[in-house]
Design a protein around this ligand. Structure first.
Ligand code: ADP
Length: 634
């Protein structure tokens, strides 16, 4: 037993305590994954050492043969993992094994429901890593030494997973980390060579460095135990370097869990080797579920970068656009230099061409998923649709491709689910329809019943219903798809083109002419509130509607700008009325200017309400309406 100095007891960060509690209660049915998590960490630690040693070869002193060893002691009921990777200093241990650095963790914990079934699902999204040791152990000892520091700067971390941990400085002969799990009673099945070997084969076969177990050499009775012989139990080659045909689905899936720190299988993956002017391999995954921190600015994103099989960095962000930040994977380049930095990556033209190729790969993979697994694609869209909608603005070159991947709610459905693709929309468009019609708004309930849809319903034309906050912004980047332009049905002077017959158009013109007097009267009555007054072609049931000027901001954009404290340019709506509606007829026959004024303002305010807008002077609306009601009842 070596001497321990500078011993201190510290408390876990609150979030760690919550995580530990939740984990122990929710992962009991899948306990064996603790080994996968610890091996994954050990493998990362070795990757980091290998990389740092490129510029500081002295870090490899005392052994350049990098590996992970797993051993066990049936009598003591322990399982021990040892790696000769980068190791941890005393400070590293205190921060890494006492706190959770992920941004948004506190919020995540707050959202836990206390319902263990539901929460256990969430914990998969969160990833548990090192702390999973406490699923099977009631005490964990970690001995570690950072590569390049003297043997006297080893550290011993110890905890029962109950709120506190101890750290002390100890001598440690070798660099790297040794983790000793003291198994809980009832968990001693894990102190078994056969069991450990099976778990490693199952979850960690893809780990690129050797994972060794002691060879089971039984000593004869009375004989001294023979010296331990080790044997490698995993395949120990980088998975992405193997030919596709050689890799099983399960191996792809386990590799994903390792690099993504995810508990669930991915939805899809794409494994490619590029040869020619540039040489690189890539293995890209689409996760099944959005991570809890998808919308956190500092959330990890980007690929794991290797250069000629050597790990260089995590979260290399330069290989994919921001709207594909949920993609996980590995890229291994033969062209980059081993001492490439993030700054260099941002400027290197090689990276640009890799980025556009990788982006295409992802979009192709998503297209395939949408085509072959529409149900899975629905799930994908629920999780990542909002992020995909950032695409057209960011990635001009792939606008059409991205547009094809978008999914919308439409008047063809009745539950507001975003399932309609643009190709599908066009495939069932009306004869002569050469536009893609859409309507934006606050909520599905509001747009579904919007008066703007009346004429479309009458003619049986499908309209896309866009109610995500970013939809209006998105549509400002999309002008057409497959040669058909997008038309906001609430905007401008609706022209249904070929969908209106010549007779329809003629009839409309005649009506407009006959109502010129009414138009003028309304203009006078509504005055400054409107930009224009005209006869509507959009309405069948409602008396009036407000249309947005061709160049004006829509309601959603105005609200977004207002919420962010920006000045919103003033714009006035266009008042359109339905000449055949009884109320309009009544209005047209109204002799009293006062009543005409009241009624026009009421119609105007109602149209604003129906569009989801708020009234500028709600009290005036109520006053006018009540006045009319009183007159009615006498
Ligand atoms: P994550 O791996 O997701 O960051 P963990 O809780 O598993 O979270 O680990 C926290 C940190 O502890 C790691 O990021 C790493 O810095 C450090 N760590 C864990 N295991 C090892 C190890 N075997 N060697 C060196 N560092 C380690």
């Amino acid at each position: 037993m070596s001497v321990e100095t500078q011993k201190e007891t510290l408390g876990f960060q609150t979030e760690v305590k919550q995580l530990l509690h939740l984990m122990i209660h929710s992962l009991y049915s899948n306990k064996e994954i603790f080994l996968r998590e610890l091996i994954s960490n050990a493998s990362d630690a070795v990757d980091k050492l290998r990389f740092e040693a490129l510029s500081k070869p002295e870090l490899l002193e005392g052994g350049a043969e990098l590996k992970i060893r797993v051993s066990f002691d049936k009598d003591a009921k322990t399982v021990t993992l040892e790696d000769n990777g980068i190791g941890m200093s005393r400070e590293d241990v205190i921060t890494h094994l006492g706190t959770i650095a992920k941004s948004g963790t506190a919020d995540f914990m707050k959202n836990l429901s206390g319902d263990q079934k539901k929460d256990s699902h969430l914990i998969g999204q969160f990833g548990v890593g090192f702390y999973s040791a406490f699923i099977v152990a009631d005490k964990v000892d970690v001995y570690s030494r950072r590569a390049g520091t003297p043997a006297s700067e080893g550290v011993h971390w110890s905890s029962k997973g109950e709120g506190e941990f101890e750290v002390a400085t100890v001598d440690k002969a070798d660099r790297g980390t040794r983790i000793v799990l003291h198994l809980k009673s009832g968990e001693d099945e894990f102190a078994d060579g056969w069991r450990l070997r099976n778990i490693i084969k199952k979850y960690s076969d893809h780990i690129a460095l050797p994972i060794e177990l002691p060879k089971e050499a039984a000593a004869a009775e009375g004989e001294e135990k023979p010296a331990v012989e080790w044997e490698t139990v995993n395949r120990a080659s980088a998975l992405w370097t193997r030919p596709r045909t050689d890799v099983k689905d399960e191996e792809y899936q386990e590799f994903y869990k390792h690099i993504a720190h995810d508990f669930e299988n991915p939805l899809s993956w794409s494994h490619n080797k590029v040869e020619g002017k540039l040489e690189y391999s890539s293995l890209l995954y689409v996760p099944a579920r959005a991570p809890f921190d998808l919308y956190q600015r500092e959330a990890p994103k980007g690929l794991k970068l290797y250069v000629q099989r050597v790990f260089v960095m995590d979260q290399a962000e330069s290989f994919l656009p921001l709207y594909l930040r949920f993609i996980k994977g590995v890229v291994d380049s033969n062209d980059l230099s081993l001492n490439v930095s993030r700054e260099i990556l941002q400027k290197d033209p090689i990276i640009d061409s890799m980025k556009s190729a990788l982006t295409k790969r992802v979009l192709d993979m998503l297209e395939k998923l949408a085509k072959n697994e529409p149900e899975q694609y629905k799930g994908f869209w629920k999780n990542f649709g909002q992020v995909m909608k950032e695409g057209p603005a960011e990635d001009f070159a792939n606008k059409e491709k991205i547009a094809g991947l978008l999914r919308f709610a439409s008047t063809s459905g009745d539950d507001g689910e975003q399932v309609v693709g643009l190709a599908e929309y066009l495939a069932r468009a009306k004869e002569g329809q050469d536009k893609i019609y859409y309507l934006t708004g606050e909520t599905y309930a509001q747009v579904k019943n919007s008066p703007h849809l009346e004429v479309f319903r009458k003619k049986g034309i499908e309209v896309l219903l866009l109610t995500d906050r970013i939809d209006e912004w998105l549509m400002s980047y999309l002008s057409d798809f497959d040669g058909k332009s997008f038309v906001d049905v609430a905007r401008g002077d609706l022209d249904l083109g070929n969908l209106d017959s010549e007779e329809d158009k003629k009839a409309a013109e005649e009506v407009a002419k006959s109502k010129e007097g009414l138009v003028e009267r309304l203009k006078t009555a509504l005055g400054e509130s409107v930009a224009e007054v005209r006869v509507s072609h959009r309405l069948t049931d409602s008396p009036a509607i407000l249309a947005i000027g061709e160049q004006d901001l829509g309601l959603q954009m105005r609200q977004i700008l207002e919420a962010s404290g920006q000045k919103v340019p003033d714009s006035k709506p266009i008042f359109e009325f339905n000449p055949t509606h009884p109320l309009i007829e009544k209005l047209d026959n109204e002799q009293s200017d006062e009543r005409f004024g009241d009624l026009s303002h009421i119609l105007f305010d109602q149209a604003a309400l129906a569009a989801g807008d708020s009234l500028k002077d709600p009290a005036a609306y109520v006053r006018r309406l009540n006045k009319l009601l009183v007159e009615l009842s006498v």
